[in-house]
Design a protein around this ligand. Sequence first.
Ligand code: APR
Length: 275
Amino acid sequence: MDAELKEVLEAFARGSGKICVLTGAGISAESGIPTFRGPEGYWTVGSREYQPQEMATYEMFTQHPEEVWRWYLYRLSVCRKADPNPGHLAIAEMERLFKDRFTLITQNVDGLHLRAGNSLTRTFQIHGNISFMRCADACTEEPFPLPDVVPAKSKDDMMTTEELHLLRCPNCGGMTRPHVLWFDETYDEVYYRFTSSLRVARETDLLITVGTSGATNLPNQVVWEARHRGAILVDVNAEENPFGRAALSSPRGFFIRGKSGAILPGMVEVFRQAL
Ligand code: APR
């Protein structure tokens, strides 16, 4: 690790400042979960191929609810097979080290951070969690875990009547939807911790962004707010990206190019020794 970065991280750890980690699909790539925009995201409905940006919409759900559920149950099968990797474990260790100085904001719906040991209170899942469903009519704001008996689906599996029945709202018996933020929807506090994320961005002294292409709205606001407030910015990504550039153009910013599973454990070690 760059000697200057090491010194900055050590000084941060010895102080009392707050740390926020913001993750995207890249952190789960080493667990075998394909990034959202890759070729495996395509889905066929009738005779047409749809891109994730078309499937993951409220509009598509209103037109083809069963197809949208089938697609999510297929994606769920990929997530259920995956395990947290050293990058996730390193971030869980950061929470153990920094306790209430720590917050995690993740765009990933795969739940791997929670399985790695991060707490639900300190993890803002700003795009939801694929293992949960909620009432499509919002009869209650509560998300419900998908029943274990709901089977993961391969691409060609159709939904059975029994499975559709399992996906009824436990509260009102109506239709449910996946507990995820769709492209034609907006962030809010109650489901996606919008206001809380911006508050954390304003208060953070160190922001570590990991494995995200910086394409979505709230993560951009978080990065620019933290930068504006003079936080230390560290971006970890396999490729150059807007958040890496934002870090490098800020007075106290660093870009580490590489795989998160290889880089984050080294950062944790620096924190552990300094604390
Ligand atoms: N380590 C670090 N970075 C990685 C790794 C890795 N092993 N593998 C890939 N990356 C980086 C890529 O270079 C890229 O910048 O992860 C990023 C993944 O980008 P996206 O697929 O665009 O994922 P993300 O930024 O999370 O997308 C944001 O947009 O599609 C929607 O809702 C979806 O949550 C998603 C959001």
